[in-house]
Design a protein around this ligand. Sequence first.
Ligand SMILES: CC(C)(COP(=O)(O)OP(=O)(O)OC[C@H]1O[C@@H](n2cnc3c(N)ncnc32)[C@H](O)[C@@H]1OP(=O)(O)O)[C@@H](O)C(=O)NCCC(=O)NCCS
Length: 453
Amino acid sequence: MNTAAPTPAAADDAPDTSADEARFVAWLRQVAPYIHAFRGKTFVVAIPGELIQAGRLNALVQDLSLLHAMGMHIVVVHGSRPQVNEQLRLRGVEIQYAEGLRITDPVALECAKEASGEIRLDLEAAFSQGLPNTPMAHAAVRVVSGNLVMARPVGIVDGVDYQHTGLVRKIDVPTIRFALDSGALVLLSPLGYSPTGEAFNLSMEDLAASTATALDADKLIVLAEAGGIEGPDGSLRGEISEAEAKQLLESGTLEPATAFTLRHALRACEGGVARAHIIPFGIDGSVLLELFRHDGVGTMLVEETLEAVREAGPDDVGGVLALIRPLEDDGTLVRRDRGLIEREIGNFTVIEHDGVIFGCAALYAFPSEAIGEMACLAVNPQTQNRGDGERLLKRIEQRARAAGLKRLFVLTTRTMHWFLKRGFVLASVDQLPRERQGLYNWQRKSLVLIKHL
Ligand SMILES: CC(C)(COP(=O)(O)OP(=O)(O)OC[C@H]1O[C@@H](n2cnc3c(N)ncnc32)[C@H](O)[C@@H]1OP(=O)(O)O)[C@@H](O)C(=O)NCCC(=O)NCCS
């Protein structure tokens, strides 16, 4: 850290260090909420053999060490597909797959053991780095691995004998938890053992999803060559629900490798894992970008929520009115008559559960100034504090971004802290769009809060 004041001569030619410092401090503060939120949480990270082959292991290990230092409980599951194939090729043995799974004959099993042994040692070595002036300085990550996975044979399916290919039968949760709680990082290779003392070759995806489910992990993160899931127009889908994932899998439009990854991610979510991320390993720092930026670089699969967030239609006018009337009566919200709500219902987003409107918010755009107003945010008192307010805000932000808006503002008299906690900052009336300044009610004295999107 340089605490010396710059000399006047140096200050003239030097880049603007104070701006750099301010940016650095602002950036660090911006990621603080995520650090607080993720401390003590369990993340299962699946690293495919392709990532190792592409020479990206060291950078990823540095990033995972950083997460570990922030107090996240990390379980690493590695794959070994290309390494096993390489070994088989060297031995001149045919590579056999069925339904995306390797058929593991005795030679392939030998190759799988060799590949896993080598990768495990490489991973342990990478986590042991600690040279000064590198991101690993002082890292001191302890890695624990062992016979933590029980497996059973896949057996013969549709006439195909998978031989030594296995499926996860049981994960040794108490031992893994003990290791994590004592500050170690747990490393699992894609091999499991049976009570008969045999080893079975597992798929990384099955192992990662089973481990995340057994540990009731907060996140499953799968690094994939292809990256996240794309929509029909080729754009990245940042977030998909379980129902959408099922539809995509049934549509048969996904690449086989992506479908295989998504199927296991979905299984983890159905098993209770709150979030599964599929992210590209080709982007440097992709795990950090996905975790610490609002708009990540992959696809996040989220557990189904019971309520549906959707845009409102004419049939919702009654429900919206019933929700906001009590808040208008006590002065929390500005009064809006039925006619106005009917005319402007298209601006509303609602949360509906079994036909009842439990939450609403409206977006009014001022396109010429690339700013929008979120108005009329309300959640039924019976269902407050369950994240619905946050979900509505997120959807309004998405709508605003889609409309090309760069900023969002709110006027509030009683809810300032809720907005401050969600990235809004206090602003003044003259920062409102011109048209809105004219309508500002000086008697109500609402506070103006603005958020950059
Ligand atoms: C503000 C409101 C929409 C939040 O909805 P919600 O679904 O309860 O919100 P979330 O579940 O996403 O967030 C809950 C958190 O916000 C906090 N919170 C709720 N109302 C708050 C307020 N007025 N000020 C500060 N924090 C508040 C809760 O304590 C809770 O905090 P925690 O996460 O630390 O436990 C809801 O309380 C509401 O409808 N309020 C009345 C209408 C209103 O004030 N609208 C805003 C008009 S500008």
